[in-house]
Design a protein around this ligand. Structure first.
Ligand code: SF4
Length: 589
């Protein structure tokens, strides 16, 4: 199982810190030959300074009597490829969040006529659809679109497994992006309790859990807006449930996500409904687990299903219908930065210009919006992968005057720099950063399908030298190539292919569109207007303000205080630092 090693949950008391559990203290490069099969071939001694020595009890000579051992180094990359620091409580959660658990639930769910029947609902992320589509396209002459895959998965989930509803999560993302932009505007306006700038994206649990565990000083910067998965949970359990006449605990909600980290996100205490004793998302399975489920049930995803090429509906067909596969231009990890920039430019009374600069690699870009005089009015960054992320965390801390993993001297220096910047002495840093833990973003999540061949032999997706076999990854030599099907992240070529597949449906209007292309554009526009209208309807139906929604209302509409409090509760969350429970001095070797 491939996890972000930085992951943990809050309120768990058995987290194993790396100090004792993960550090490999010594490296034995040339083990001595064993003369007696029953005897130990070597002994390790530790002296008073804590140095380790290898002592051979067999054939001892002056030369080999005592050999000082080198301390092995564990890089962050080793940690990220290891599930060793998952706690026992988390392991139980993961067991409860598996495709077997989904099958167990479905087989024990009473018939719909029974009062204890739960409505099973499946929601799938667009990145998971892209992974499945890329995998199918690599083995077939004709490319398969996300819409086709969604409809084939829907056919499988409803006909074979017995799910009653299957959605993609793009409408939930539509809502999440709007709440996110609203939060940014509040922070920028300096609203009380709104949090600090720069705002950092919160949709990636890999990064958020890392911050909770190792960079608590970053928490006030992280957006409180719920991720699309959790917004989908709220919509399914609270909004749709009410329309079906069901309480939240009478609906069973499964999501298909590109990474294991989403399982931990769904298990957070903040997403547990105490009144009904249920979670917004009951079970999360990865793209790979869905693929496994289909194989186990002999479902061939490469086979077309009836109606898979029909255009998506552009208006509701029933009370809980959602717009299908909404496109949010920008990044394949949710387009957080782009949607913010788009809303910023749209609300500006003067024309603005948006420019992009690659900083180190494709995973770290700076975006600047300037006015006509060339004065920056917005500075943002898109930063993927832990290597870039560490740099950004340091930069944000420096610019904001926050100590990031340094001593008091570092804090004082950072505060000085921040004061100087406040006084106009230097340019302040970013206003916003779209942060994602996986190199390449969510299309390259740890739970996605892997290429069957062509993985680079010794370098991983972040450019670190890797010995796959040593890292516990199954490898198969195939001529000069190496296959690493269970590596945490795919190789760059494969990630690029999934990314291309993700964007294949993007309606980029050609200069002279054909009538058919114009029709597709018109339908996309109509679908988008439906999504905007529906988002406001959802807001009013769930928050129940005293007044009716304005005719041309947007998500930004200001409701009465009680309704605004409900909005916060439904569409935002909170973070807290995770305290280490292991005291370094108590570590025993
Ligand atoms: Fe999951 Fe990776 Fe996306 Fe983060 S970037 S949400 S860890 S797939």
């Amino acid at each position: 199982m491939a996890f972000s090693g930085a992951l943990t949950l809050t309120d768990l008391n058995d987290f194993i810190t790396p100090s004792q559990a993960c550090i490999k203290p010594v490296e034995q490069s040339n083990p001595a030959p064993v003369h007696d099969p029953g005897a130990a071939s070597t002994q390790i001694q530790v002296d008073s300074s804590g140095s380790y020595y290898e002592v051979s009890p067999i054939g001892r000579t002056e030369a080999n009597a005592k050999k000082k051992l080198q301390t092995a180094e564990i890089s962050l990359n080793d940690c990220l490829a290891c599930s060793g620091c998952i706690t026992s409580a988390e392991s139980v959660l993961i067991t409860l969040q598996s495709h077997t658990e989904v099958l167990n639930f479905l087989s024990s769910n009473p018939a719909p006529s029974s009062p204890t029947h739960k409505i099973p609902v499946l929601s799938i992320a667009p990145q998971s659809l892209a992974s499945l589509a890329a995998s199918l396209s690599s083995s077939s002459a004709r490319p398969v679109s996300l819409t086709q895959v969604l409809r084939r998965v829907r056919a499988f989930a409803t006909r074979v497994l017995g799910f009653e509803h299957v959605f993609d999560t793009t409408f939930a993302r539509h809502v999440a992006l709007r709440e996110h932009a609203r939060e940014f505007a509040e922070r920028r306006a300096g609203k009380d309790g709104a949090g600090k700038l720069p705002m950092l994206a919160s949709a990636c649990p890999g990064w958020v859990c890392y911050a909770e565990k190792t960079h608590a000083e970053m928490l006030p910067f992280i957006s409180a807006a719920k991720s699309p998965q959790q917004v989908m949970g709220t919509l399914v359990k609270e909004w749709m449930g009410a329309k079906w006449g069901k309480a939240p605990d009478q609906v069973y909600h499964v999501t298909v996500m590109p990474c294991y980290d989403k399982k931990l996100e769904a298990s957070r205490q903040d997403f547990y409904n105490d009144v009904y004793a249920t979670r917004d998302v009951d079970c999360v399975i990865t793209t790979g687990e869905l693929d496994l489920l289909m194989r186990e049930k002999d479902w061939d995803l490469s086979e077309p299903v009836a109606g898979e090429l029909d255009p998506p509906a552009s208006s509701p067909s029933d009370v809980t219908a959602l717009p299908e596969l909404l496109v949010h231009p920008g990044s394949s990890s949710g387009s957080y930065l782009h949607s913010l920039i788009a809303s910023f430019i749209a609300s500006s009374p003067v024309p603005l210009i948006h420019t992009v600069r690659t900083v180190r690699n494709a995973d770290y870009e700076e975006h600047t919006v300037v006015d006509e005089a060339g004065t920056p009015v917005f500075r943002g960054a898109r930063c993927y992968g832990f290597r870039n992320l560490q740099n950004v965390v340091r930069k944000v801390g420096r610019d904001a005057g926050v100590q990031v993993g340094r001593g008091a001297a570092g804090r004082v220096a950072a505060l000085r720099r921040a004061r100087k910047a406040d006084a106009g002495g230097e340019e302040r840093g970013y206003n916003y950063v779209e942060v994602m833990a996986c190199p390449g973003g969510c299309v390259n999540g740890g739970g996605q399908l892997r290429p069957t061949a062509g993985a680079e032999k010794s370098v991983d997706a972040e450019g670190f030298a890797r010995d796959w076999a040593e890292s516990g990854v199954r490898v198969e030599e195939d001529g000069l190539q190496i296959q690493a099907p269970s590596a945490k992240w795919g190789d760059k070529e494969w990630t690029k292919k999934v990314e291309e597949t993700y964007w294949r449906a993007l309606p980029t209007p050609p200069p002279t569109p054909t009538p058919e292309e114009r029709e597709i554009e018109r339908a996309e526009e109509e679908k988008r207007r439906w999504a905007d209208r529906l988002a406001v309807e959802v807001l009013y139906e769930m928050c129940r303000p005293g007044e009716s929604p304005p005719h041309d209302g947007t998500w930004d509409v200001q409701m009465d205080e009680r309704a605004e409090t409900t909005r916060r509760k439904l569409f935002r969350t909170q973070y807290r630092a995770v305290e280490s429970e292991v005291v370094g001095l108590a570590v025993k070797w």
